[in-house]
Structure formats: structure tokens, C-alpha cells
Design a protein around this ligand. Structure first.
Ligand SMILES: [Zn+2]
Length: 171
């Protein structure tokens, strides 16, 4: 009699079985997969950056490899402000997508009228449910995301990952 094999869910071992790779919400950050990998290298160094066009001066976010204003590929990396004020926000208290804990807070931020980036839609972490208020000051924070194995030239490489969010400034 043929031995029955237990069905296995093929996923990302590094994610501890929390969810399968196909549901992974986080970008691959290696140069082999992502031409904006400099953004993530800068995150690892604690820098919040984006691309600025050397030709027309346009600053885009998220960063890109081509200027959306003039199509130039001659871009440079510039630092963005790390503090902002909350203009409006939503809190998801149940049923957040895989990979996110509740409350999942998404806020529309204002960096001030003189900042290179005026507004940004960003996630707020390290904030209990019901505590965030409009007008609160938040600060940039980098956090680790579970590493992801990727195949590069027939070898498996572990892609270490980080991502950014904002958190309330402690008063
Ligand atoms: Zn441009």
C-alpha cells in the first residue's frame, strides 16, 4: 500500500508559518529584485530618503528610477523630514491583512509647508488603539520585517528586510 504523504503548505520558512509567501506584503529589497534597493539600504542606516530629479528638481515619493515630471533618469537621493503632524487617520481594529497586527493605523501626515515632501500616507505603529489624535506629532521609525529567501543564479540567498512607519512622539 502506498504511503500517504501529509500535504505541506509551501511558504516562507523564515516567516514561521504565519502566512505563505504569496501573501507576503513586504517588498524584496535586494539589488537583484529592486532597483530602489538604495531606499532600503538607507532605511537600515536610519535615513528616510527619496529620489530628486537633477534635471527639473522634482521630488517624488515613493522613490523611483525615472522622474515622473520630466522622464529624466538622472536622479539623486535626498533626505526627508522625520517628524510630521497627523492630519487624519483610520484605525482597523479587526480583520487587518495578513502580516499586520491590529490596530492597523494609517494616517495622512503633514510635514510642513517648507518640507521637500508636504504630505504622506503612512502607517502608525507603537500606538495603542484609540490613543492617536488629529494634530499629534509622529516620528519616523524603522523596523525589521522577516527575512525572505530568494533564488539568485541557482543559489538561495536570504534577503534581510526592514521597513518604515511613524510612531507617536512621546510627550
Ligand atoms: Zn525631472
Amino acid at each position: 500500500m502506498a504511503e500517504l504523504k501529509t500535504a505541506q503548505i509551501v511558504g516562507t520558512p523564515a516567516l514561521d508559518g504565519k502566512y505563505i509567501a504569496e501573501m507576503d506584503q513586504w517588498p524584496l529589497e535586494c539589488p537583484e529584485f529592486n532597483r530602489n534597493y538604495v531606499f532600503y539600504d538607507n532605511l537600515r542606516a536610519g535615513r528616510f530618503t527619496t529620489t530628486k530629479c537633477k534635471k527639473c528638481g522634482h521630488i517624488a515619493f515613493p522613490p523611483g528610477v525615472i522622474c515622473p515630471a520630466c522622464w529624466s533618469e538622472d536622479l539623486e537621493w535626498v533626505d526627508l523630514p522625520k517628524r510630521a503632524k497627523v492630519v487624519a487617520f483610520t484605525e482597523t481594529l479587526a480583520g487587518a491583512p495578513a502580516g499586520f497586527d491590529c490596530p492597523l493605523i494609517i494616517a495622512w501626515l503633514n510635514f510642513g509647508k517648507d518640507a521637500p515632501l508636504r504630505h504622506l500616507l503612512a502607517r502608525i505603529i507603537n500606538c495603542p488603539e484609540g490613543k492617536l489624535k488629529e494634530g499629534d506629532e509622529v516620528q519616523f521609525v524603522v523596523f525589521e520585517v522577516p527575512a525572505h529567501p530568494i533564488d539568485v543564479k541557482k543559489e538561495t540567498k536570504i534577503c534581510e528586510r526592514v521597513f518604515y512607519a511613524f510612531e507617536p512622539v512621546k510627550k
